[in-house]
Design a protein around this ligand. Structure first.
Ligand SMILES: Cc1ncc(COP(=O)(O)O)c(C=O)c1O
Length: 438
């Protein structure tokens, strides 16, 4: 057996890539075929990684299989939408039950009313709420509502934020972003953010923020920073929007409940549709009532599939029968324990790494301290992150290439233990490369 500790990064990566290619020829062929119809063989940017992604053909519980029959334990959990795992019987029953009653009903249905009521109860800052089809759409609607409500145009967002395909602020302002007048602040910087809001207060319609940046690396918003935003919003009559598309799972009433902060509006997505396409936005009644169709000046909010029965039924079964407040608490406690165990392994190997996050959402970083904002992030040698990602896949552990993980309810104690020992093994082999890279 080669002594991996003595390998340089190019050699270690070369071996991992060769092994990966050898294990996944059908995924490779499928990827080549996909490239003939879709740019880069891809229809969802985050799913691409080098040298090519595996094609997943089947999932059950917390396990997925690729086209070549390789088995992985899924720690990615569909970027947090897969909270219920791949085959939860209550979700499957709800979907099949809804299908039996007709697929496209084109009318209000009984599931949406119960799900909306449940969401308003769990998230009391949402006095009223509306459904849409994605987190991106929820943010588009919330920001647009805030503009109309305030009669202002500027939207404050933060560097490193991700609020959807047209709200991308990771290191730069994407040219494909929606054409709002964005002011981009520094996440967790109290003084700079307060000053920026003070300077532009009369023109700012909304502050849009993830209380923990998810795609940005599971960087928690610091309580003082978030409180300052609440106060500044109040002072200037700005609509404070919490994007809880990811973080709503972190406590029975979302991260806002854990932080004891009340936003004016909240946006939702991901697991709340039971694993099907989902989005929702809600908030103060006086803002949301702009959409009341009985008003002569009502804002239109269309969307053919806003209340599609499959999503509504699956989302309802999930929130009502599975992800109860008690389950939300216990699941996030498990996540905290798991993260602590990974950080213990890192400390034992004395490598400059850390796992950040809250509860069931977390991210591996190649630096000792959790960054407080994008500017704090150490620039990682992409060969190192690719090496770690491929090694995890080769060990049968499915995570995002950027080190992100989202724990599903289907994971069992043994799965967490397997991951911790796989991670331990990986650091034994390649910990030296991490140290050398810094
Ligand atoms: C915080 C946050 N907001 C919004 C979105 C966009 O949601 P969707 O992919 O459903 O459009 C995401 C997706 O990852 C997200 O993480």
């Amino acid at each position: 057996m080669t002594d991996q500790k003595k390998l340089d990064i190019d050699t270690a990566l070369g071996i991992a890539v060769a092994h990966y290619r050898q294990k996944t020829p059908k995924s490779r062929a499928h990827y080549d075929q996909a490239c003939d119809a879709m740019p880069g063989g891809n229809t969802r940017t985050v799913l691409h990684y080098d040298p090519y992604p595996v094609t997943i053909s089947k999932g059950a519980g917390c396990i997925v299989w690729d086209l070549d029959g390789n088995q992985y334990t899924d720690f990615l959990g569909e970027y947090s939408a897969g909270l219920y795992g791949h085959s939860n019987p209550a979700i499957a029953e709800a979907v099949v039950g809804a299908l039996d009653q007709g697929i496209v009903l084109c009318a209000p249905n009984r599931y949406e009313t119960e799900l909306a009521g449940l969401l308003c109860k769990r998230f009391p800052s949402c006095e009223r709420l509306r459904f849409c089809n994605s987190g991106t759409e929820a943010n588009l609607m919330a920001v647009s509502a805030a503009k109309v409500y305030t009669g202002r145009n500027k939207i404050v967002v933060f560097d490193g934020a991700y609020h959807g395909g047209v709200f991308y602020f990771a290191g730069h302002h994407s040219p494909a972003n929606a054409p709002f007048e964005f002011l981009i602040g520094e996440f967790n910087n109290v003084e700079k953010s307060a000053a920026m809001i003070q300077n532009h207060g009369a023109d700012i319609a909304a502050i849009l923020i993830e209380p923990m940046q998810g795609a940005g690396g599971c960087i928690p918003g610091e309580p003082e920073f978030l409180r300052t935003l609440r106060e500044s919003a109040d002072r200037h009559g700005i609509v404070l929007i919490f994007d809880e598309v990811m973080t709503s799972r972190l406590a029975p009433g979302g991260l806002q409940e854990k932080l004891n902060l009340t936003p004016d509006m909240t946006t939702f997505g991901k697991y709340l549709g039971g694993g099907l396409s989902f989005g929702a936005f809600g908030g103060r009644q006086d803002i949301m009532d702009l959409f009341d169709p009985r008003r002569v000046d009502a804002l239109p909010h269309a969307g053919t599939f806003n209340n599609n029965v499959l999503t509504m039924a699956a989302g309802l079964a999930g929130l009502r029968d599975i992800y109860t407040p008690e389950r939300a608490i216990s699941h996030n406690r498990l996540g905290d324990e798991f993260r602590n165990n990974l950080n213990r392994v890192i400390a034992e190997h004395d490598v400059p790494m850390t796992v950040s996050g809250i509860g069931s959402l977390m991210c591996i970083h190649f630096q000792s301290e959790t960054p407080r904002c994008t500017n704090d992030s150490v620039k990682v040698d992409p060969r190192l992150s690719t090496l770690f990602h491929l090694e995890m896949l080769l060990a049968g552990l499915y995570i995002a290439d950027r080190g992100y993980m989202s724990l599903s309810l289907a994971l069992e104690k043994e799965d967490y233990e397997t991951f911790v020992s796989g991670f331990d093994h990986l650091l034994s082999r390649h910990g030296g490369l991490v140290r050398e890279s810094q």
